[in-house]
Design a protein around this ligand. Structure first.
Ligand code: DLL
Length: 431
């Protein structure tokens, strides 16, 4: 099912022509902003000379640090009266980054979300419960307007208040949910504790995103709820959700190339990598009036899937985000992504829904402590079985990270439940 068949199945040549037109417009707009005026001058960039898509690689990269430096409005390309909304990403350090939108930007964003939802088979007959935070975070309002555009009945329930969420699902016959993977797993437990078998709620689809998670977690959520889960990727700097979305084939996310130009670079050298190779995703927003952002370093690691998708869409797909260049943990000199640890844990059937990785240092040696919740029934068995299980988890983690991890098995509900983005890693090491 297509929202805009012509644009979604556009031929490569025509798409590139469209991209170039939009890029030139975005560059001309960017060149009027205080931030890019200076960057372009400092780097000798004359935007009128950018006449092919390939020239993009000559332009400097933009980082989150640049966004902070230009806080609050150094990258804004329209008069203040044209701006109708702002969002901000939750900064854990320093100022948060602020993104501005004109009315057209918001309408275009909603259109892109409607397109993404329809690609998964959602229609105006669906009841859509949006369990992402409403407010400065883009997850709530972003999907909200797209789902309305599509014509769904939208329940703006936001995060938390699990009992109310379940009541809404029952009373209004929710068929599609938008939720973080960590909250989806927690909510399944709450549903079960309340004597309801989650699949009996009749939810057909879940859009999962906003935080890294593994294929194992996706499968687990699909099994717990009896639904189809679709991966959804986005970041505030590029509007929010809707940058890339899985279609009904659930096999990588179509990155909407009429809105964004994607590149994959080597994060160490900045050199562009060929399709299919893994590296850092760099995005140029070519469809935003208020705030054009050129060659933004997402810090997210992925690869382009060059093969055509069976759905007929020509926009190339990206693979599930493997991690960030900056959340990579170095434990005893070994590079480890939390997602790899999660994959190990999710392949152990006794392991429940929540886990935490705590890092500290003792006598100058890194220690890794993995705390995992098990399913309740495990605690009805004997201590020997538990100890055998603990050893199994230790062995599997050790094979991955080489250092000897401490593994603690916990009863369900021992770790703080996640309502929004999960905090999985606690790093107590002093650098
Ligand atoms: O999390 C936007 C969003 C909302 C996406 C709802 C999907 C659903 P930020 O708060 O700016 O924006 O965080 C963006 O979250 O750079 C990734 O590292 C991570 N992320 C987002 N989606 C995924 C995903 C929103 N599907 C940062 N898989 C991004 C893995 C994801 N990581």
């Amino acid at each position: 099912m297509f929202w805009n068949e012509q644009l979604e199945t556009i031929e490569r040549k025509a798409l590139e022509k469209l991209q170039l037109e939009k890029l030139r417009k975005a560059l001309a707009a960017a060149a009027t902003t205080p931030f890019y005026k200076k960057v372009f001058a400092d780097n000798g960039v004359d935007v009128s000379r950018i006449t092919t898509l390939d020239h993009l690689r000559d332009l400097p990269l933009t980082t989150k640090h640049d966004l902070r430096l230009s806080y609050p409005d150094g990258m804004v390309a329209v008069p203040r009266t044209e701006i109708v909304r702002l969002h901000a990403s939750s900064g854990t350090t320093g100022k948060s980054t602020v993104i501005f939108y004109t009315a057209k930007d918001l309408a275009d964003w909603a259109d892109l979300i409607a397109r993404s939802m329809m690609a998964t088979g959602t229609t105006r007959n669906d009841v859509f419960q949006n369990m992402m935070g409403y407010g400065l975070f883009t997850g709530g309002l972003g999907l909200h307007y797209g789902a309305e555009r599509l014509g769904c009945l939208v329940i703006p329930s936001s995060t938390g208040n699990s009992l109310k969420q379940i009541e809404l699902m029952k009373d209004f016959g929710t068929t599609v949910v938008h939720i973080t993977p960590s909250y989806a797993m927690h909510l399944a437990d709450v549903v079960s504790e309340n004597g309801i078998n989650p699949p009996d709620l009749g939810i057909k689809k879940a859009y999962l995103g906003a935080e890294p998670y593994s294929e194992g977690v996706k499968k687990k959520i699909e099994g717990q709820w009896g639904l189809d889960a679709y991966n959804s990727y986005g970041l505030s700097e590029m509007n929010g959700p809707g940058v890339a979305f899985e279609c009904e084939y659930k096999n990588g996310m179509h990155l909407w190339e009429d809105y964004y130009i994607m590149e994959i670079i080597n994060p160490d050298t900045g050199e562009r990598l060929p399709d299919g190779e893994e590296g850092e995703l760099v995005l140029t927003h070519i469809n935003r009036e208020a705030m054009p952002i050129i060659r933004y370093r997402t810090r997210d690691l992925t690869r382009i899937i060059p093969e055509k998708c069976a759905c007929g869409r020509t926009h190339r797909r990206i693979e599930r985000i493997k991690g960030r260049t900056d959340d990579m943990l170095i434990v005893g000199g070994v590079n480890v992504f939390p997602s790899q640890i999660e994959t190990v844990l999710m392949n152990v059937p006794e392991v429940g829904n929540n886990y935490q990785i705590v890092l500290d240092r003792h006598n100058n040696l890194d220690r890794i402590h993995v705390r995992v919740e098990l399913y309740n029934k495990m605690f009805e068995g004997d201590i020997k079985a538990l100890d055998a299980l603990r050893k199994k988890v230790v062995e599997r983690l050790k094979a991955l990270i080489t250092v000897n991890p401490k593994v603690e098995l916990l009863e369900p509900g021992s770790l703080p439940p996640s309502m929004g983005k999960a905090v999985r890693v606690i790093d107590k090491r002093e650098i």
